[in-house]
Design a protein around this ligand. Structure first.
Ligand SMILES: Cc1ncc(C[n+]2csc(CCOP(=O)(O)OP(=O)(O)O)c2C)c(N)n1
Length: 377
């Protein structure tokens, strides 16, 4: 008789339990609390509050026809901030498109972030990408690719190159539960496992891929358990518990930096808002379901912890809310005064030296615009 077993769903069951640090009453598990310094905790909290308020404002700006499109991350702020806060500034992050907290955490000026939403002359990508598909090389945030999951093998290739040249960077790549059904996710995990690539796979399992619920996405008991097949470590964390996210990601980052290879982290959370400004979630899920998740709000849970620690008060809450609203109002006002990118910039960046046929098209187009202006006046 040998010891062969079937890896049945029952065997996988243990990995379904998420790592949790924060308790309902605001206290924490003393064995797991990383006891982070007050300044770091308050910076994390401020960024989450700013992220929430900014998302809310950008959604409304889209409804008013002032920007074209937006994706909020309401309810998922702890997953993003709890993870990026474990990195050094030199480490690279590869976002999907629902991680507005990343540029906020890395100190990208709000004006610069908003310039991309408006696609104006100060936008790093010159208005060529959809809003919220940002690119902040200066903050080591990779340019966002729209096709779902493509950033995962990109991140692995980047991290592998870093390993080969002896650069100590680790790479944190974000994606949703829907992306785990793409081939890109599987080839990336497989390659990273074989070559011990310093990458952390971070799945924001918000339980929906637009209208497709998690149970139509996978028959596995969790996303984390998929790590087993690639020889990686995997863990499911409570994605609305900023400290649980921090603890799990910190361990994965340290492991990757010590050449211990990749980790798959599944942050179990919920997309409280619509998929995007082009979606109406009432068509595929109930208000009751959404309401249940409002009661698990990650920002509220973090605030209760800060109060329990004696780091936060009602008065500080009011002043933060005002500070954040003022900052957004002022910056939106300023950004709306910035003109669009110059028309001739359309012809830049494809060739180092513009070829003759494009030069001719450019000249013809500029002449046409001049003529059109003349007719208008
Ligand atoms: C390859 C590809 N297929 C389909 C789409 C359309 N699409 C955009 S976002 C999305 C859902 C992705 O869901 P998930 O990965 O769970 O991330 P979430 O939006 O929940 O953060 C889909 C299907 C796309 N952009 N790319």
């Amino acid at each position: 008789m040998n010891d062969a077993i079937f890896i049945t769903p029952e065997v996988q069951e243990a990995a379904e339990i998420p790592l949790t640090v924060l308790r309902e009453d605001g206290s924490s598990d003393p064995d797991l609390d990383p006891n982070l310094p007050k300044e770091l905790l308050l910076r994390m909290y401020r960024t989450m509050v700013l992220n929430r308020e900014l998302d809310d404002r950008l959604f409304k700006l889209q409804r008013q026809g002032r920007i074209g499109f937006y994706l909020t991350c309401t309810g998922e702020e702890a997953a993003v901030i709890g993870s990026v806060a474990t990195l050094n500034d030199e480490d690279w992050v590869f976002p999907s498109y629902r991680e507005t907290g990343l540029p906020l955490w890395r100190g990208v000026p709000l004006r610069k972030f908003l310039a991309q939403q408006y696609g104006n002359a100060e936008d790093n990508v010159k208005g060529r990408q959809m809003p919220v598909h940002t690119s902040f090389r200066e903050a080591r945030i990779m340019s966002i690719s729209s096709p779902v999951g493509t950033q995962i093998p990109q991140a692995v290739g980047f991290a592998w190159a870093a390993k080969i040249v002896g650069d100590p960077t680790v790479v944190l790549v974000y994606f949703g539960d829907g992306a785990t059904s793409e081939g890109d996710f599987h080839v990336a995990c497989n390659f990273a496992g074989v070559f011990k690539v310093p990458v952390i796979f971070f799945c924001r399992n918000n339980q929906y891929a637009i209208s497709v619920p998690l149970k139509r996405q996978t028959a596995a008991r969790s996303i984390a358990v998929k790590a087993v097949a690639y020889g990686l470590e995997g863990i499911r964390v409570d994605g609305n518990d900023v400290l649980a996210v921090y603890v799990a990601t910190k361990r994965a980052v340290e492991k990757a930096r010590a050449d211990g290879g990749p980790t798959l982290i599944e942050a179990l959370t919920y997309r409280v808002g619509a998929h995007s400004t082009s979606d109406d979630p009432r068509r595929y899920r109930s208000d009751e379901e959404v309401q249940q998740w409002h009661t698990k709000d990650p920002i509220e849970r973090f605030r209760r912890y800060l109060e329990w620690r004696g780091y936060w008060s009602e008065l500080q809450q009011e002043s933060l809310a005002e500070e954040v609203r003022d900052l957004i109002n002022r910056t939106v006002e300023d950004v709306e005064k910035i003109p669009p990118p110059p028309v001739e910039s359309l012809f830049d960046d494809v060739y180092a030296r513009i070829p003759r046929h494009l030069q001719e098209q450019k000249e013809a187009y500029l002449a046409y615009l001049k003529e059109a202006d003349r007719w208008r006046s």
